[in-house]
Write a protein that binds this ligand. Structure first.
Ligand code: AMP
Length: 290
């Protein structure tokens, strides 16, 4: 497959996407923060199977990081990322500087309420405002397209679906299943931070989600008991828990019973690394049951 064109300027990307649409092509767009792994590449392949002109962006978005988070040390490997993207068929890589996306004169922010409030929104103030703002800007540059987002960031996917709907953006949002390592750990650019010992302890996240999934399959519907089942395994590995919560998979409202589609979402710290994972009970088997 040919090497993708690498563009730095918003106006260049807009011109390329307009030209592709004028040729009758359908634009598929995958926004990322780089340090790409097989999960990201699966999203790009999925975009390529639905669209005929594939754009991936690589932008470590400063506005979605809190003041004490890992913006400065977030892994960056543009050359490696471009090579990986070229192996899965990417027409354009958009890799702007922060000043291109956030010019000094710009202070527009996009805020999605309710869906952005619980879970990661409660623990990372401003995070989803940063995500919603950058994704809206990127959609504005790319124009009409389909865009693939991973279900690993389940709350983010819901926030983006909502903003697309509320702002009448010409984008079809497609959710992609969580891509896991052979032992079940959800792939993440942040897994690179883990020591061998932390990597082994992080597997408790998968075991916790699996245990709750098994209990759900055996008929347990009490949301708090399902949370406790997952929590017990995280505690065994001495992970520092941000949250373990069962919520409605559409609205993210707290539920007392996990009927039909219920999201079990986990965030915890292994050492200094924050990891998230989830399973939609009643829709997918546990992460180790595939
Ligand atoms: P990031 O680079 O972490 O911002 O992620 C870019 C996109 O890749 C987002 O839509 C993520 O949800 C998605 N993604 C990251 N890791 C995974 C994974 N393990 N499985 C599926 N999608 C993923």
């Amino acid at each position: 497959m040919g090497s993708p064109r690498v563009l730095r300027r918003a106006v260049e990307l807009r011109t390329e996407c307009d030209a592709a649409r004028a040729r009758g092509l359908r634009v598929g767009f995958v926004p990322t923060m780089g340090a790409l792994h097989r999960g990201h590449l699966d999203l790009v392949r999925s975009a390529g199977s639905r669209a005929s002109f594939v754009v991936a962006s690589i932008f470590v978005n400063p506005t979605q990081f809190g003041p004490n988070e890992d913006l400065a040390r977030y892994p960056r490997d543009l050359e490696g990322d471009i090579a990986k993207l070229s192996s899965v068929g990417t027409d354009v890589v958009f890799a702007p500087e922060a000043s291109e996306i956030y010019p000094e004169s710009g202070d527009t922010r996009v805020r999605v309420s309710s869906l952005a409030d619980p879970l990661c929104g409660a623990r990372r103030p401003g995070h989803f405002e940063g995500v919603a703002t950058v994704v809206t800007k990127l959609f504005g540059i790319v124009g009409p397209c389909m865009s693939v987002f991973g279900r690993k960031d389940y709350q983010q996917l819901l926030v983006i679906r909502r903003l697309v709907r509320d702002l009448f953006l010409p984008v079809e949002v497609v959710g992609h299943p969580i891509v896991r390592e052979p032992d079940g750990l959800a792939m993440s650019s942040r897994n690179a931070y883990l020591s061998a010992d932390e990597r082994a302890r992080a597997l408790a996240i998968v075991r916790g989600l699996q245990e709750a999934s098994v209990q759900f399959a055996m008929g347990e519907r009490d949301a708090r008991r399902l949370e406790l089942a997952a929590r017990a395994l995280l505690e065994t590995a001495a992970l520092s828990i941000d949250y373990v919560e069962v919520r409605d998979a559409e609205t993210l409202a707290l539920v007392t019973r996990a009927n039909e589609r219920a999201l079990l979402a986990v965030a915890c710290r292994v050492g200094t690394t924050r990891l998230i994972d989830n399973v939609v009970l009643g829709e997918e088997p546990g992460p180790l049951s595939r």
